[in-house]
Design a protein around this ligand. Structure first.
Ligand SMILES: [Mg+2]
Length: 450
């Protein structure tokens, strides 16, 4: 039976995994129409698995009376939708929508407060199942991960495509939730594929079809192109990825800096990022409590800069880098705000930590008076993978070199030997306002960070 499996034209049935004859529309064995065929079906090994409406799916699993009802997870202080089940989505409910709007769109929805502890527990179960498929599992959030299944065929006695279909089945049977799978040759397109036909999707984007497929897609499909950047491109008359495919790299970099290089490569389906399982559970951070509360950006920026340098120094010393920048603020009424941003590549540079932190900080300047500011990086990995010059624009590459030179001077002459414009003369360099309030590296697991 296995011999026939390796003929991609034949494909297999996602419900019973039986190999199929070419041309049939339903499984000869179980009658299911969920057949998978693709010319590169048994060649591809890079997958992105994303659970469908995860929080809502877990709640439905635990309370079967919710099965056919629209369910929204959310509410609480900020009053926004965290996850909507697919029935609620059909009624127009979206993630991050204010709850009152969601209930206008879908008044009959059942609203459930999130139970993060439970979701983290289920998330760990799902991850353990993924790790049984391959050691190369890179979690992206509580319910999604990249998997590289290269070289696992002997172990499983079947090619990656079948291993993934079997995983989806097991997830439904053993955990009671569903997932969508994207299979491709690179991370970018595996992620695109898993988004393609949710829920319970299984989509494949092969190497041969990549550029043709991408040409027709909107630029927002490219990882890193959000609404703001899409409107910049739109102003330049660029809406489709196909238009980027016709531009050369120098032109794109001249126009859009570091994003230009990413646009060039990703628009052509070129993504060299590897699946890395060595994201460490720790984060490195530094924070300061002020003598008096601050609400102005001008007062906070020098502190942010000094703390970023401190975090960077620790990373460099430990030969580590981090992929997620985490900003922490505590307001005068002791409410804590944390904001995360995931970077394309891990960094250990003070400059990148600072500029990312600054972007996050700007959004929190709303008149609130803060008594504490902290900055850190999570999702740690070996610094060998940090700040690759191919994805970093030439300017920031120069800044990286300059930063290396400053580090060398500081090693030789002490920390105060070199000050940047942000910290110079501000007296914020490093020292926390109160002894004992200072940070030790915070230990958290990225899987639990939601
Ligand atoms: Mg998901």
């Amino acid at each position: 039976m296995r011999a026939a499996v390796n003929h991609p034209d034949h494909g297999f049935c996602r419900d019973c995994l039986t190999p199929q004859q070419s041309g049939v529309r339903r499984c000869a064995h179980c009658g299911s129409p969920r057949l998978v065929r693709h010319p590169e079906l048994y060649k591809l090994h890079l997958a992105h698995i994303d659970c469908d409406a995860f929080y809502a799916a877990v709640e439905k699993r635990d309370n079967p009376s919710l099965k056919d009802k629209p369910v929204i997870i959310g509410g609480g202080k900020r009053g926004v939708v965290s996850t909507a089940c697919y029935i609620a989505r059909i009624n127009g409910v979206r993630s991050a929508m204010p709850m009152f709007k969601a209930l206008e769109a879908c008044p009959e929805a059942v609203v459930i407060k999130p139970n993060m502890e439970k979701y983290a527990r289920v998330g760990r179960e799902v991850r353990a199942m993924m790790q049984a498929l391959t050691p190369l599992v890179e979690p992206i959030s509580i319910d999604e991960a990249f998997l590289d299944l290269a070289g696992t065929e002997r172990l499983h006695g079947m090619p990656p495509a079948l291993v993934l279909a079997r995983f989806s089945q097991a997830l439904e049977k053993e955990v009671g939730i569903t997932a969508s799978v994207g299979l491709s040759y690179c991370k970018f397109l595996a992620k695109v594929a898993s988004d393609f036909r949710k829920p319970r999707g299984f989509s494949i984007i092969g190497e041969a079809e990549a550029t043709g497929f991408l040409a027709e897609q909107p630029v927002t499909l490219i990882w890193g192109v959000g609404r703001a950047f899409a409107s910049v491109l739109e102003r330049d008359g660029i809406r489709l990825i196909g238009q980027l495919q016709k531009m050369d790299q120098a032109e794109l970099m001249r126009r859009y800096g570091s994003m230009g290089s990413r646009l060039y490569h990703l628009s052509r389906g070129q993504d060299e990022r590897v699946v890395s399982a060595d994201r460490d559970s720790k984060s490195v951070s530094a924070e300061t409590t002020f003598d008096m509360d601050h609400s102005q950006l001008d007062d906070l920026v020098p502190v942010l800069r000094a703390l970023s340098e401190k975090v960077s120094a620790r990373l460099k010393k430990a030969s580590l880098a981090g992929r997620t920048v985490v900003l922490k603020l505590k307001s005068s009424d002791f409410r804590i705000r944390t904001r995360n941003r995931q970077l394309g590549d891990p960094t250990r540079l003070a400059d990148r930590i600072f500029t990312t932190g600054l972007e996050l900080l700007r959004k929190e300047i709303d008149g609130t008076r803060y008594r504490l500011l902290g900055i850190g990086v999570a999702d740690l990995c070996d610094s060998g993978k940090a700040d690759p010059p191919d994805l970093v624009d030439t300017l920031s590459h120069k800044r990286a070199l300059a930063e290396g030179a400053m580090d060398a001077l500081r090693d030789k002459f002490g920390r105060s030997a070199v000050e940047t414009g942000y910290t110079f003369g501000k007296g914020h360099r490093g020292k926390p306002a109160r002894p004992g309030e200072e940070d030790e590296p915070e230990v958290r697991h990225p899987w639990e960070r939601i």
